[in-house]
Design a protein around this ligand. Structure first.
Ligand code: ADE
Ligand code: ZN
Length: 337
């Protein structure tokens, strides 16, 4: 790639809208926290753990991801994890980030909801003060668990309502269609929460349609399989429903065989509001700038695409109109527009 384009990708102001904070736990931090908390791991060393990061599909990743998260016990652990991610994001010129967190992964181990959310929130506040990096939280329901458990989690979350802007749906997609959570999402909508869901990652395009129709989500996380359905693709483009695409994740989880097979450019050519994100950067081999670099290296993407996706990342965010405009102006100025 030419050096100027590389520099543009690295330096351009950007927002990250699809990042699971538990997926930012690097093996070194997993081991440090395991030691601090006297948690026993199934892996003997950092190297052995990293070697296990060879996934055949989403579920084989999730098994290791939940095992990694088992070292998180105290508020300070959640702070340290989030701080480490925010430092990386700041270095990648991320100006705004919307983080997913999975409370059920922790509350089912006896960790209090407040411990999780307060630790993450304190790190977000520090990043805002120190670097002007804004952040918001999106609470995800684990779709392999029941509707009843999701409702119970929502109850636990209500005292912390001011600490998150929206809810999402993640974990094992196949066999857990969006409609399972239609009533939970309806309640969240009444509460004024913003709504997103993972759909069309491994699951069929129809899960994207039902996430829109039955969950009333505003953004689709992943959504790359929409191209299998021309009518759905046209609808997503017409309604400007953003897709938070995670290229390296899709390669590591075998949604596509190799980087050059990724459909990012096809999604853009279909007129979709595409953003680039890192999903679970500690597990998938790179943070947001690595995702941009590898895609632009492998596909015929240029400066105009970079400009478009930098703009999309802010316009698809849950920032208010004035904040969005401030960041969009910064993007326009960066690209000399
Ligand atoms: N949880 C963390 N990463 C995920 C992904 N890529 N898909 C579904 N659930 C997840
Ligand atoms: Zn995800």
């Amino acid at each position: 790639m030419d050096a100027a384009l590389r520099d543009t990708l690295l330096q351009m102001p950007k927002a990250e809208l699809h990042m699971h904070i538990e997926g930012s736990l690097e093996p070194e931090l997993i081991f440090a926290l395991a030691e601090r908390n006297k948690v026993k791991l199934e892996y003997a060393s950092v190297e052995e753990l990293r070697t296990a990061y060879a996934f055949k599909d989403l579920q084989s990743f999730l098994d290791i991801y939940y095992a990694g998260a088992s070292v998180l016990l105290t508020e300070q652990d959640f702070y340290d994890m989030t701080r480490a991610y925010l430092q990386r994001a700041h270095a990648d010129n991320v100006r705004h980030t919307e983080l997913f967190f999975d409370p059920q992964t922790h509350t089912e181990r006896g960790v209090a909801f407040g411990t999780v959310v307060n630790g993450i929130d304190r790190a977000l506040q520090d990043a805002r003060k120190e670097w002007g990096l804004s952040g918001a939280l999106i609470m995800c329901f684990l779709r392999h668990l029941s509707e009843e458990e999701a409702f119970a989690t929502l109850e636990q979350a209500l005292p912390y309502r001011d600490k998150f802007v929206g809810v999402g749906l993640d974990s094992s997609e196949r066999g857990h269609p969006p409609e399972k959570f239609a009533r939970v999402f309806a309640r969240c909508k009444e509460l004024g929460l913003r709504l997103v869901a993972h759909a069309g990652e491994e699951g069929p395009p129809d899960y994207i349609r039902t996430a829109l129709d039955l969950l009333k989500v505003e953004r689709i996380d992943h959504g790359v399989r929409c191209l299998e359905d021309a009518e759905l693709t046209a609808r997503l483009a017409r309604d400007r429903v953003p897709l938070t695409v995670c290229p390296l994740s899709n390669i590591k989880l075998r949604v596509f065989d190799k980087v050059a097979d990724h459909n990012l450019l096809k999604l853009l050519d279909a007129g979709l509001v595409v953003t680039v994100n890192s999903d679970d950067p500690a597990y998938f081999g790179g943070y947001v700038n690595d995702n941009f670099l590898q895609m632009f290296e492998a596909l015929p993407l240029g400066r105009e695409h970079a400009y478009q996706m930098a703009r999309n990342s802010f316009s698809a965010s849950f920032l208010d109109a004035a904040e969005k405009q401030k960041y969009l102006d910064e993007v326009d100025a960066f690209f000399g527009q």
